[in-house]
Design a protein around this ligand. Structure first.
Ligand code: IMP
Ligand code: MG
Length: 409
C-alpha cells in the first residue's frame, strides 16, 4: 500500500486528529512533518479525550511514531506526552529526527515578548515558541535534537549571544539536563527510516499540523505560523523522494474557524456564532482561546485543494450543521469593484473583500447516521464536490471513531 498524506485545508482545527487516528490503523507508522506543540490534535475514544501537541495522532493505534526534521520539538512536551501515554497503558515507540529544531525556554520567552511588543498588531500566536525557534534556526543559533542529545551544542556561547540580543532571558541550567533526558536514545534519521520501511513494504501516514491558510508562504501572511503546512513540505522536510508522498487527503470542516488574529472574510458575529462555538466545542486545544467562527469559504477551500493537489476530501463536523437552518457558503469575493473566485488574487487584500454567498442545501434537524447518508446530506456534499472539483470520501459526524461514514471514491 502506498503512503498517504493528511493535510488541513483551512486555518487548522479541521479535525485532523480524528481522521489521522481513523486511518492510522491501516499504516505501519505515522509521521509528524511540520509545526510543533502549537498544534492541538484531539482524539476521543469512548469516554476518554486525548489531546496531543507533538506526538503523531497515530499513537493511540500503537503505530510506529516518527517526528520528522521539519518539526520544532519541545523536549518537555515530548516527555510529558510519552509519560501520559505510558500511564494509560500504551508503550509509544518514537523516533525523533536528529535534525529537528529544538524549542528552548528562550524561544518561548521571545514569543511572548514579541507578541507583547506588537501590541494591537499581535499575531495571536500560541506562545509555544514556534516562530522564534524557526527564526533562530535560520540564524543558526539553536540546537537540533541530535546536537542536544549528544551534548555537543555550546549553550554558554549561545546564551551570551542571546544576552546581547535580549535582557531578562531565562536560565537554561535545569532545562538542558531534562531536555537531553527526554531525547536520550530516541534520536535518529526519520527520512532514512521511512525509505527503509517503504522498501520493506511498510507504508506510513504523513500527518500535517495547522492548515494551508497558516502556511508561512502561501497563507495569510503575516497572520500565519512559522513553518510550512502544505503537503509538498513532506518530501522537502523529510528528505525523501517526491513520489513517496502518495495520495493527499485534505481535511476540511463543514464550516470555518480561525484562532488568533488575521483576515477571515466569512466570519459570523452574533447568536449563531455562539451557538456554533458551543455545539462544536470551538475552543483552542492548545490555548483554550475561543475560536472565531464563520461560514464555509469555498474560494479559500478551492485554493487549498488546488495547491495541495488534494485527491480526496474528508469533511468533518457535519453534526454541528444539523442545528443550522439557513446555510450558506461563500463562492466569490467582491474586491476593488470586481468579483473574483480566485483566492490568490484576493489574498493581498483579503481583509477588505466582501464575500458573495450562495445558499447551501441544508440538513436542519437531521438525525445523522454513519451507516447511511440521507438524500439531503448527499445533496450538500454534491454541491461542495461540484465547486471544489474533488470527491468527498469521508464524512465525520461526531468525535467518536465510529461516527464516521466512508463514501465510495
Ligand atoms: P504560532 O504557530 O504559535 O506562531 O501562531 C501563529 C498563528 O497560527 C496564530 O494565529 C495561531 O493561533 C495559529 N495556529 C498555530 N497552530 C495552530 C493550530 O494547530 N491550530 C489552529 N491555529 C494554529
Ligand atoms: Mg488543533
Amino acid at each position: 500500500m502506498p503512503n498517504l498524506c493528511i493535510v488541513g485545508l483551512q486555518w487548522g482545527d479541521e479535525g485532523k486528529g480524528k481522521i489521522v487516528d481513523y486511518y492510522a490503523e491501516k499504516f505501519d507508522g505515522v509521521v509528524r512533518y511540520n509545526g510543533g506543540s502549537n498544534a492541538g490534535h484531539t482524539i476521543v475514544i469512548g469516554t476518554k479525550t486525548y489531546v496531543f501537541h507533538l506526538l503523531p495522532s497515530g499513537c493511540l493505534q500503537r503505530k510506529k511514531l516518527y517526528i520528522g526534521p521539519g518539526v520544532a520539538v519541545d523536549p518537555q512536551t515530548l516527555s510529558e506526552e510519552v509519560k501520559m501515554l505510558k500511564k494509560q497503558g500504551f508503550d509509544p515507540k518514537v523516533l525523533v529526527d536528529g535534525r529537528c529544531t529544538v524549542v528552548t525556554p528562550l524561544e518561548k520567552e521571545m514569543d511572548s515578548l514579541i507578541e507583547g511588543l506588537r501590541g494591537k498588531n499581535a499575531i495571536g500566536t500560541t506562545k509555544r515558541g514556534i516562530g522564534p525557534s524557526y527564526a533562530m534556526r535560520a540564524l543558526r543559533l539553536t540546537p537540533r535534537a541530535g546536537d542536544l542529545e549528544r551534548g555537543t551544542f555550546d549553550f554558554s556561547s549561545a546564551l551570551s549571544f542571546y544576552r546581547r540580543l535580549m535582557d531578562n532571558i531565562p536560565s537554561l541550567d535545569g532545562w538542558t539536563k531534562q531536555a537531553r533526558e527526554a531525547l536520550r536514545g530516541i534520536v535518529g534519521d526519520v527520512g532514512e527510516r521511512i525509505m527503509e520501511a517503504n522498501e520493506d513494504g511498510e507504508s506510513v501516514l504523513f500527518e500535517g499540523a495547522q492548515g494551508v491558510l497558516l502556511d508561512l508562504i502561501h497563507g495569510t501572511y503575516p497572520y500565519v505560523t512559522g513553518t510550512h503546512t502544505l503537503a509538498s513540505y513532506v518530501p522537502a522536510s523529510l528528505g525523501i523522494p517526491t513520489r513517496s508522498l502518495g495520495e493527499v487527503m485534505g481535511v476540511a470542516k463543514a464550516y470555518t474557524t480561525r484562532v488568533g488574529e488575521g483576515p477571515f472574510p466569512t466570519e459570523i458575529h452574533g447568536p449563531l456564532e455562539k451557538e456554533i462555538r458551543e455545539k462544536g466545542k470551538e475552543y483552542g486545544a492548545t490555548t483554550g482561546r475561543p475560536r472565531r467562527v464563520g461560514w464555509l469559504d469555498l474560494v479559500a477551500l478551492r485554493y487549498a485543494v488546488k495547491i495541495n493537489g488534494v485527491s480526496e476530501l474528508a469533511l468533518t463536523k457535519l453534526d454541528i450543521l444539523t442545528r443550522v437552518k439557513e446555510m450558506k457558503a461563500c463562492t466569490a469575493y467582491k474586491m476593488n469593484g470586481k468579483t473574483t473566485s480566485e483566492f490568490s488574487e484576493a489574498l493581498p487584500v483579503l481583509g477588505s473583500v466582501v464575500p458573495v454567498y450562495e445558499e447551501l442545501p441544508d440538513f436542519y434537524g437531521e438525525e445523522l447516521s454513519s451507516k447511511r447518508l440521507s438524500r439531503r446530506v448527499e445533496k450538500f456534499l454534491e454541491f461542495l464536490e461540484d465547486r471544489l472539483k474533488v470527491r468527498v470520501t469521508l464524512v465525520s459526524m461526531g468525535e467518536e471513531r465510529t461516527a464516521t461514514h466512508i463514501r465510495a471514491s
